[in-house]
Design a binder for this molecule. Structure first.
Ligand code: C2E
Ligand code: MG
Ligand code: MG
Length: 831
């Protein structure tokens, strides 16, 4: 348990016990007190409060004061009996504590401690006497000695605890070496106090209690008068010293110093080497919101923040001894109302040779600068949206965890990489504000399910990462992942709507010995991708197989870098056919990789790697140049109206290139292709990422005279509401709908809707993946313009494609009947 939690729990328990004691004492006191003793008791309590507040003596070099409280409590017990003393203890201790701290728990704790200790003395006395009052009447010297033996140490303990409150519970604990001294001093004072209390009690038993009722108003009035007198006196002293200066008793330079001191814009103070304020200026008073008098009743130690006391006093000590040439420290002071004030304190020594030296403090308020620094520091390590640690801070924590795991046998940690499923859809359909709310909500839930010492950070976007430490084995990490997924069973309330979100989680643990923080994050990421691709809302533990797969991908990436230079790529062409008359309309250019060792590798496997590594830019340009040069030749040899076209796939990375337009225009010009014969295929996601920018890009591409097509339409984001703004010519229905068209009505309806939509928007439609006669018939029936698929031909190399053109070529225009057209009775050409 950490210090603060322990301290808080301890204080809460003591406070609770104290409250119980007060309740029991109050009930018993009500029964015991008569009307004749009630008024004196009330008056006594009032006097006790005043005496405690007025007569508390400051203890040199300590931050607490000696009050006569314990003696007064003993007196109350002897005069009014135990229960009454407990109530008086509650009132006076509370008033005393109020001066040391405004924090409710501290107040309750200090009050309760005094109440409980008083209660203990009463219980002890009851073991021997019927009542404390009886002891006062008939007690022998031996009885008093016994009472002292118990009461004095308990009183001393009470003083000790109260002093602990004044300087902070753990500051006392840290100054352990001072305990015996403080306790002995408290013991001595308690002994004297107890003696005085017993003597007074004995005296009052002769005089009677009624005297208190008369004494109370006098004490209050006298106390007020004393206060006024003291203030007046101080005023006189100050005026006298200023007057003396004016009369020339002090020399001119001293006068100048005093003026400079009094009116300085920064806080200044003369402080004795023991830390007592000798003089403070207005700016310092303003800085801490104390009056001059209030400040002078405290000392330097009182206003310095607990955590800085040790270091500051150590520096001062060394400075006074001459071990430091100068002293300038940044430290925190405590404002009257508890707030922290940062100051830059410059300290110099002053003093006459015949007098004690003293310190001159110049304190410049640097709170704003410190706050700005703290904010900068915070921002550098935290995510602005969720307030969670960011990647930098997470990696720091992770490095520490790696070092710790190496030292500890058996225990380990795990990293959980989280990605919100379908976050992009949420963001695009419900808006960024709702997306942000979801991320913040998720951050709070993740925080709630972690233990102290674990870390959750946001890596950016919809990715979060967790460090779960102190695990016995990997199954505990899986339990945490399951707990997170359980937490998401509850919906999020976003903008008044309920919303369910799921996450995919990848886990990597320290049981696969890691040296490097980045490596473990990478592996957790790989495992997360596996979780996502195997169905989302799942978790996967990184294992050897994934490691091998990751290596394979890495190897593929290396090979890919050489493949272009080594001429390992080829462009194949797949015919696109008009369904109205089965005439060849053009080809889709599809890249092929002939790996020297692994043979043919599908673009499905290497295009994503090429995209990830950025190689797609070069590769895509190469494919486009090849395809355009090829089509230009075919256009020349096989002229037709409209001309044959080639459709080239454009990757997302290519699409966001700054100089795409220049590049495409360059290729068109270099190869001499009729731009109407070039069609670029883009996907919905590419345009939906940034609608405005994408629309502008599409417009510029169209301005070059070429055509545009949306590939795999229907699978990605719902771009329906934007579709009319995109200047595209063609929608390509994704193969999955065409393949399953005959399976169920739903797919058929989707195809029908896309065809109708395209017609409404003045676009044409190409159906991908036409494999059977039935599919062809259905597509013709739906009015789909063109088709592409194995039914007509698999993708073939340039030679194969040329053969197809030859076989289907009909001189003249597309409107002529399709005699001898191979696509009427199709043969499937092997790829
Ligand atoms: P895509 O652009 O949707 O291309 C159509 C894919 O469907 C091709 O796969 C084609 O061979 C296949 N296909 C066509 N008809 C049928 C059919 O009837 N049945 C079946 N089962 N499949 C059919 P391929 O060549 O493997 O290409 C896969 C994907 O790789 C392409 O999908 C495209 O996204 C990407 N790709 C291929 N070449 C390039 C390229 O040069 N650049 C870029 N950026 N991507 C490319
Ligand atoms: Mg395509
Ligand atoms: Mg496609």
């Amino acid at each position: 348990m950490n210090k603060q939690v322990f301290s808080r729990s301890f204080k809460q328990i003591v406070s609770g016990a104290g409250a119980l004691v007060v309740v029991v004492a109050s009930v018993r006191c009500m029964q015991a007190q008569t009307a004749s003793t009630f008024l004196p008791l009330l008056s006594f309590t009032l006097i006790a409060v005043v005496l405690n507040l007025r007569c508390a003596l400051p203890v040199p070099r300590e931050r607490w004061r000696l009050s006569p409280n314990e003696s007064l409590l003993l007196l109350a017990a002897l005069l009014f009996d135990g229960e009454a003393a407990v109530i008086v203890a509650a009132v006076t201790a509370f008033c005393l504590a109020l001066r040391a701290s405004k924090h409710w728990l501290n107040l309750c704790y200090a009050t309760a401690a005094t109440v409980i200790l008083t209660g203990l003395i009463v219980i002890f006395a009851r073991l021997r006497f019927d009542s404390m009052a009886a002891l006062n009447q008939t007690g022998t010297l031996q009885d008093y000695a016994l009472l002292f033996a118990v009461a004095v140490p308990l009183h001393a303990l009470s003083r000790f605890i109260t002093s602990g409150l004044a300087v902070g519970f753990f500051t006392v604990a840290e100054r352990r070496h001072a305990w015996p001294k403080i306790f002995l001093r408290a013991l001595l004072v308690s002994l004297v106090g107890a003696g005085v209390a017993c003597l007074l009690a004995r005296a009052f038993s002769y005089v009677g209690l009624g005297g208190f009722a008369y004494a109370a108003p006098f004490v209050v009035v006298l106390s007020g008068a004393w206060d006024a007198f003291r203030q007046n006196k101080q005023l006189q002293v100050a005026t006298a010293s200023k007057g003396a200066g004016a009369l020339g008793e002090t020399n001119e330079s001293e006068e100048r110093f005093r003026n400079a001191f009094d009116y300085a814009a920064i806080g200044m103070a003369l402080v004795s080497t023991e830390g007592r304020w000798l003089q403070v200026n207005r700016s310092l008073c303003r800085l801490l919101d104390y009056t001059e008098h209030e400040l002078q009743t405290t000392d330097l130690l009182t206003v310095i923040h607990h955590d800085d006391v040790g270091a500051v006093f150590e520096s001062i000590k060394r400075f006074i001894k001459g071990q430091l040439p100068m002293l300038q420290v940044e430290l925190r002071l405590r404002h009257k109302y508890g707030r922290e004030v940062w100051v830059l304190a410059s300290v110099s020594l002053a003093g006459h040779s015949q007098s004690q030296p003293h310190l001159i403090f110049q304190m410049q308020d640097i709170t704003d600068r410190k706050l700005a620094e703290e904010r900068l520091q915070h921002d550098a390590f935290h995510d602005a949206l969720t307030g969670l640690p960011n990647r930098t801070m997470f990696l720091d924590h992770l490095r520490l965890a790696i070092a710790r795991a190496q030292r500890r046998d058996g225990m380990g940690f795990a990293v959980l990489y989280l990605d919100v499923d379908r976050f992009k859809v949420i963001n695009d359909s419900l808006g960024h504000t709702v997306g942000d709310q979801l991320l913040v909500g998720l951050a709070r839930r993740l925080e709630a399910c972690l233990r102290l010492g674990d870390t959750v950070a946001r890596l950016g976007g919809d990715e979060f990462i967790l460090l779960v430490d102190d695990l016995h084995d990997e199954t505990e990490a899986i339990t945490v992942a399951e707990r997170i997924q359980d937490l998401l069973q509850q919906p999020f309330e976003l903008s008044g709507r309920e919303f369910f979100a799921t996450v995919s989680i990848g886990i990597a643990s320290s049981w696969t010995s890691y040296q490097n923080a980045e490596d473990i994050v990478r592996d957790a990421d790989t495992a997360m991708y596996r979780a996502k691709s195997s169905g989302k809302a799942r978790h996967e533990l990184f294992d050897g197989a994934m490691h091998a797969q990751a290596n394979k991908v890495l190897q593929l990436e290396t090979d890919l870098r050489h493949a272009l230079e080594r001429n390992e790529f080829a462009v194949h062409y797949q015919p696109i056919v008009a369904l109205e008359n089965f005439r060849l309309r053009g080809f889709e250019a599809l890249v092929r990789w002939q790996h020297p060792e692994r043979g043919y590798i599908s673009p499905v496997d290497f295009i994503p790697i090429a995209e990830e590594s950025g190689l797609i830019i070069q590769l895509g340009e190469w494919v486009m140049r090849q395809a355009c040069a090829q089509m230009e030749r075919w256009q020349k040899i096989f002229p037709a109206e409209p001309p044959l076209y080639v459709a080239v796939n454009l990757s997302g990375k290519q699409f966001i290139q700054q100089d795409l337009i220049r590049q495409v225009a360059g290729i068109v010009e270099e190869t001499g292709i009729n731009p109407h014969g070039l069609k670029l295929e883009i996907t919905e996601s590419m345009v939906m990422d940034n609608v405005e920018q994408a629309t502008e890009m599409l417009r510029q591409l169209r301005a070059l005279g070429l055509k545009l097509s949306i590939d795999d339409f229907g699978t990605g984001y719902s771009s329906l509401s934007y579709l009319h703004r995109f200047p595209v010519n063609t929608l390509k229905i994704d193969r999955s709908f065409v393949t399953r068209m005959s399976d169920n009505n739903e797919n058929l309806e989707i195809v029908r809707t896309i065809v109708t939509l395209a017609q409404t928007l003045g676009m044409d439609v190409v159906a991908e993946g036409v494999e059977t006669k039935e599919q062809l018939a259905m597509l013709c029936h739906l009015g789909c313009e063109s088709g592409q698929g194995y039914f007509f031909s698999k993708p073939v190399d340039a030679l194969g494609a040329e053969k197809i053109i030859c076989e289907t070529y009909v001189m003249g225009s597309a409107s002529q009947p399709a005699q001898q057209n191979r696509f009427v009775t199709p043969r499937i050409v092997a790829a």
